[in-house]
Design a protein around this ligand. Structure first.
Ligand code: XLS
Ligand code: CA
Ligand code: CA
Length: 437
């Protein structure tokens, strides 16, 4: 088969290498904390940003021409399958994620769109036989078409709700066919811009109904995949309903869906919500819903979701630290929901971006593993909260205390002895681990 990319296989050459087209930290078979790096870091290619993004933005046209571009959109869809496999094999990426409409184009009717998706996914399935490439997750694009201008599951139009349901059904069938281990719900346009025209109660009830229907359908067809919700606070709507992990959690509990969904945490969405990436991972972890990661980063000077390849070593370290504390990501992985910048229009830029992102997380894993082994922060926290280990503290921890008892205690012990939180020391230690590992 003819090659699309004029770049060879990307190998691990170690930290001293000056070859940009080589890994410095990602050494897939190297064992860290008893598992191969490739098992800790199940990197996934995003079909949309990698194969479909062409560099256009709100102000300008496409800047990228790809070797698989074709006049005929179906021919292009098949060529993208071949190009994606070549790209993943060259980089040693073992997973991919897709929206229904990235795999195959939207056609004039739903029936034709379904048929197109069947054809391309059949081809993808066949082409993947004998490779070690797998589907991390599938999803439905229920936000692009103008029928979804006011949302899909939260649209004021019941026919839009029904159309979205049909797309989700088909995307779940396709995910099952491709052996996907997760299925994602990103809120798309599930939110609103003004309360003057919005019935939030009905919209949220309907959103829960859609999720319930999807959960039931998953059971019915035996789709063996974790359902994931991807929180995001704003964009495209001003108020997205899935604001952050805590908001989504209370929504799931309210509607009795908390056992059925975990979360796909995106770094850039965390910061848009005014949180750190590791805050969102942490809150998901302690609530048992850390499912998968969208490994990108934003630009703090821009107020929108820039979906850049991750290069921030602090974020990657602290993210991998949470992943290690979580005991891994189970069926989840690290999806590069990332696109090259508009001015980086060559195919080589695409390779460099992935290498850089994979190396950033590999280095983050290496540092996090050391922190984890040495229990640096955990030991400090243990000491910091030790007043809850016995006496009155133990009773508080166990919830076996009354306000009267606490009042009696405080009357006798009014001398609260605080200890330094030692933030500067901990940051200094974190830096030492980053510098030395
Ligand atoms: C957009 C989302 C999207 C989801 C999949 O902000 O991150 O890419 O991951 O629909
Ligand atoms: Ca995003
Ligand atoms: Ca994403």
């Amino acid at each position: 088969m003819k090659e699309f990319f004029n770049v060879g296989k990307i190998n691990y050459e170690g930290p001293k290498s000056n070859n940009h087209l080589a890994f410095k930290y990602y050494n897939k078979d190297e064992v860290i904390l008893g598992r191969k790096m490739s098992e800790h870091l199940k990197f996934a290619l995003s079909w949309w940003h990698t194969l479909c993004a062409k560099g256009s933005d709100q102000f300008g046209e496409n800047t990228m021409q790809r070797p698989f571009d074709k006049e005929d959109l179906m021919k292009e869809a098949f060529a993208k399958v071949d190009a994606a496999i070549e790209f993943m094999e060259k980089l040693g990426i073992e997973y991919y994620c897709f929206h229904d409409r990235d795999l195959a184009p939207e056609m004039p009717t739903l029936e034709e769109s379904n048929h197109a998706l069947d054809e391309v996914s059949d081809y993808l399935k066949k082409r993947l036989e004998g490779t070690n490439i797998k589907c991390l997750w599938g999803t439905a694009n229920c936000f692009n078409n103008k029928r979804y201008l006011a949302g899909a599951a939260t649209s004021p139009q019941s026919s839009a709700f029904a159309y979205a349901a049909a797309q989700i059904k088909k995307a779940m069938d396709t995910t099952k066919k491709l052996g996907g281990t997760n299925y994602v719900f990103w809120g798309g346009r599930e939110g609103y811009d003004t309360l003057l025209n919005t019935d939030t109660k009905l919209e949220l009830d309907n959103y829960a109904t859609m999720l319930r229907l999807a959960r039931d359908y998953k059971e019915k067809i035996g789709l063996n995949a974790q359902l994931l919700i991807e929180p995001k606070p704003k964009e495209p709507t001003k108020h997205q309903y899935d604001f952050d992990v805590q908001t989504v959690l209370s929504f799931l509990y309210k509607y009795g869906l908390e056992k059925d969904f975990k979360m796909n945490i995106e770094a850039n969405h965390a910061t848009l919500a005014g949180h750190n990436f590791n805050h969102e991972l942490n809150i998901a972890r302690i609530n048992g819903v850390l499912g998968s990661i969208d490994a990108n980063q934003g630009d703090m000077l821009l107020g929108w979701d820039t979906d850049q390849f991750p290069t921030n070593i602090y974020d990657a370290t602290l993210a991998m630290y949470e992943v290690l504390l979580n005991g891994g990501l189970g069926s989840g992985g690290l999806n590069f929901d990332s696109k090259v910048r508009r001015q980086s229009f060559t195919d080589e830029d695409l390779f460099l971006a992935y290498i850089s992102g994979m190396d950033t997380f590999a280095k983050g894993l290496r540092i996090a593993a050391k922190l984890y082994e040495d229990k640096v922060f955990e030991k400090f926290k243990e000491q910091r909260y030790s007043s809850y280990n016995d006496g009155i503290g133990k009773k508080i921890r166990e919830g076996s205390i009354t306000l009267e008892e606490l009042s009696d205690y405080a009357l006798k012990h009014s001398d609260v002895k605080n200890e330094s939180g030692r933030q500067e020391m901990l940051e200094l230690i974190l830096n030492q681990y980053i510098f030395n590992n």
